[in-house]
Write a protein that binds this ligand. Sequence first.
Ligand SMILES: NC(=O)C1=CN([C@@H]2O[C@H](COP(=O)(O)OP(=O)(O)OC[C@H]3O[C@@H](n4cnc5c(N)ncnc54)[C@H](OP(=O)(O)O)[C@@H]3O)[C@@H](O)[C@H]2O)C=CC1
Ligand SMILES: CC[C@](O)(C(C)=O)C(=O)O
Length: 334
Amino acid sequence: MAKIYYDGDADLNLLKGKQVAVIGYGSQGHAHALNLRDSGIDVVVGLYEGSRSWKRAEEDGLKVTTVEKAVSEADVVMMLIPDTVQPSVYRKYVHEGLEEGNMLMFAHGFNIHYGQIIPPSYVDVTMVAPKSPGHIVRRMYQEGKGVPALVAVHQDYSGKALDLALAYAKGIGCTRAGVIETTFREETETDLFGEQVDLCGGVAELIKATFETLVEAGYQPEVAYFEALHELKLIVDLIYEGGIYAMWYSVSDTAKYGGMTRGRRVINESVREEMRKILKEIQTGEFAREWILENMAGRPSYSKLLEMEKNHPIEEVGKRLRKMMPWLKGIDLE
Ligand SMILES: NC(=O)C1=CN([C@@H]2O[C@H](COP(=O)(O)OP(=O)(O)OC[C@H]3O[C@@H](n4cnc5c(N)ncnc54)[C@H](OP(=O)(O)O)[C@@H]3O)[C@@H](O)[C@H]2O)C=CC1
Ligand SMILES: CC[C@](O)(C(C)=O)C(=O)O
């Protein structure tokens, strides 16, 4: 059974009198910085000169300075900039500034697990990884709730690394929901696997394949859009609220029978075999090497693939159809 920590297991006082530097003010950064501040913790945001986020963080009432200065004054440093830029920022502005007994923190284990960041032996190294996009981390905190998170200790110099990490998790609201103990390895490998085969990669391909199959067979793209994409949210909401069985309970008997007999023909043994191969690529570090090299080369494949996604016919149909539903908030893509 996983060890799960709640509010009663975490002591926010361990962070009182300490300064926390939140490096980055994007999706996770803004949520962590604001939640910690609202929990009474002394926070400074670290950014680069000219950063687009600088003004926003100041307007939100936070102290902002350069990464180097923020780290030099902090006791706890949380790295919340994109994983791909963390190693160079760490080498240039963080490593030197870390003092004995400081805690270096991450919200994802990639750079520690794959050896892209090697911290000095005299600091604690921990992770608090909310299992949610940053904007929900903030919204739930403001509603008096929290999102679940994972906690892990890579290096326990002080002997109190786990307690300090749990205090941080409490400060951002996660112990309200529950914080599961894990390792950097488990968090990194499961996170990469989930986003590749299911949450992002798998779901996007399933939607496009459903849409394309219907359109190729002569059905109207608008009808195909509703079937392949729009209704997915309604189904996932049921699964999210009550589990897969609750979804089966709620749909018609015909959907139940068709889904249970045909679903496993879609996700068949060859798909599962491919999933196992993808997991191996993650476990052996093959995927990490590919992604690091892709970034070093200026992201040629990444950019081409993203452009193809942007121009997929389902995007044009979706844009038109979502106008029929003005209550959908939409996402600002700038
Ligand atoms: N996105 C998510 O919901 C989740 C993310 N995580 C993890 O959290 C961490 C942060 O991810 P995420 O919040 O998505 O990151 P973002 O892409 O949202 O981070 C963007 C922020 O980083 C700043 N930034 C970019 N480059 C630099 C630099 N060289 N120096 C200083 N600041 C810089 C940006 O400034 P500017 O505005 O100027 O560009 C901006 O403030 C990652 O480890 C990620 O894996 C974990 C769980 C979920
Ligand atoms: C599912 C995508 C994610 O892993 C997340 C929000 O946790 C990410 O890295 O953005």
